[in-house]
Design a protein around this ligand. Sequence first.
Ligand SMILES: [Zn+2]
Length: 206
Amino acid sequence: MRSTPIYEVHAVKYAHLPRKAWEVQITPDPHDADFPMDYFVWVAIPLDEAGNRAIGGKPIVIDTGFNAQVGKKRGREVKRNPADLLGDLGIDPSEVEDVVITHLHYDHVGNWDKFPKARFHLQDKEMQFATGRHMCQDPFRHAFEVDDIVGMVRAVYGKRVVFHDGDEEIQPGLSVHLIGGHTMGIQSVRVMTRNGWMVLASDASH
Ligand SMILES: [Zn+2]
């Protein structure tokens, strides 16, 4: 018998952006090359001992992507809304109970409103960053959407945000880990799978 529950993890691609390296990197590259970007959300689905989806097992969604309206404003095409794509995996967004928000950039928290029952797992430092003095600076602020941040603040007042301070287990086999760097409070997720532990690094790594 396994001591740690296992999960099946899906990377769900919902948008793509053709780009050049100079558009992405802080220091322009003189040998400019294509640097296309794919946009993902992830979901961890609990499995039973036999490796099938556990009956009554509750999927944990990791990040919620951005919607078509924000994509258009920022010149990115959303192929399909991430919440609809989760439906293709048999997951009803309106019934999801736990969503990990790795960080509050627009492409990670944009469809929070499609998860009306969810608790949002967020690092203390990320909320501090997104609502504090650094947002007075253009380079820090440009990747945040104020409506998303206001939505998360409303979720706090609705008792729907679970704050984490560092490394914490959300449930057996799935934990969050404060990384920092890309944003003050970016967190990665560690999940036990059939093949052992895997880390969903989000923007903590390319
Ligand atoms: Zn980011």
